[in-house]
Design a protein around this ligand. Sequence first.
Ligand code: ARG
Length: 448
Amino acid sequence: MKLWGGRFSKETDSLVDDFNSSIRFDARMYRQDIEGSIAHATMLGKQEIIPYENSVLIVKTLNEILADIEDGKVEFSVDAEDIHMNIEKLLIERIGDVGKQLHTGRSRNDQVALDLRLYLREQCDEICDMLMELTKTLKALASKNISVIMPGYTHLQKAQPILFSHHLLAYLEMYKRDVSRLRECRERLNISPLGSGALAGTTYPLDREYVAEMLNMDGVTVNSLDGVSDRDFAIEVCFVMSVIMMHTSRFAEEIILWSSNEFGFVELDDAFSTGSSIMPQKKNPDVAELARGKTGRVYGDLIALLTVMKGLPLAYNKDMQEDKEQVFDAIDTVKMTLPVFTKMLDTMTVNSEKMRSAALKGFTNATDAADYLVKKGMPFRDAHKVIGEIVAYCIKNNKAIEEMSIGEFKSFSELFENDIYEAVSLENCVDLRDVTGGTATNQVKQQL
Ligand code: ARG
């Protein structure tokens, strides 16, 4: 018979058991469920809601169940529906009537909300650590290649020369914000809903704050309906996972482009590349492609969860059981992606020559040539036009701006002098951008 079977005259259909059960995906919260139950039972004993010695026995047995699960000695049953009732059932099997006192003043509704919060709290911490590893790798890669110049792009057209290190540090900034998003999200979810009961609170004199303290949580929810029925914290986690994947996917896209023969800016290590079953020459950036591809499923998780929640009346509805697979999938995907992506970056070879020669082509110094004329007294709009004409001339004559003779320069404007060559050198283009946040070596060193 089910733990809730009292008012029923029939067993549930096995189709319903399968459909209704969440044990196949919520079993992963066994530790948090037991942790929550231990705190709840301890508080019940302290408040004399149940006899103190019973609370001690419950806690002791819960610890034994935890050890048995970790030793692989426990098999969960679909029949017991979810992790909460599986563990309660085990407890009752082991200590009988005393075990039946655990659920006093508690509902699965506040229990599941607590477990998920505890689980996600831990996951936020783990993912923060992974992001920190990634930022460390980016920092090391940037330091090692501090003065490598590459073309910077807008519209994927060559725009202005930049330091490769500056480009890498742009991602470091994004990931730093992801870390802070995760920390804020953790702070909001680290609140205990226990005591909300099924929806309206409970008639027992629970000490909710004591439970929260035992669980290292920062407070208790202030509205019982909200405590059991909101899942914005899980949605927020999915959102942060989506942003992390979005950042990673953009980066992945660049790695894919850069490792192509056309760019040749980087070469991925053999251990982080794959071959083709038919084309012997191929070396494919599968890791970066999968990082990009898996972003889709994480967005899907976010949208699915938002959609599950959008029409639900207060308070708990069984629809909300659908929260877990989504948020778990988002987390699992990020946790699978970040370490391999980090190592792929760490082992990649940077081809500074290719980057430099790409920056030398495509008139990336045209803005600087215009700025040169401005410094000599020409209004910017006029300078823009003169350099535009020079670019057209160079395209026609198949040369770079710096390959023109001083005579050719002067035929466009008398303001040109011999110092134009230095003014349009790549180093100059980079190092003159010495504004806070600019690509000048000086600034990048400060960023680092
Ligand atoms: N497995 C359920 C879930 O994940 C636990 C809460 C069940 N509550 C209920 N009233 N049926 O949401």
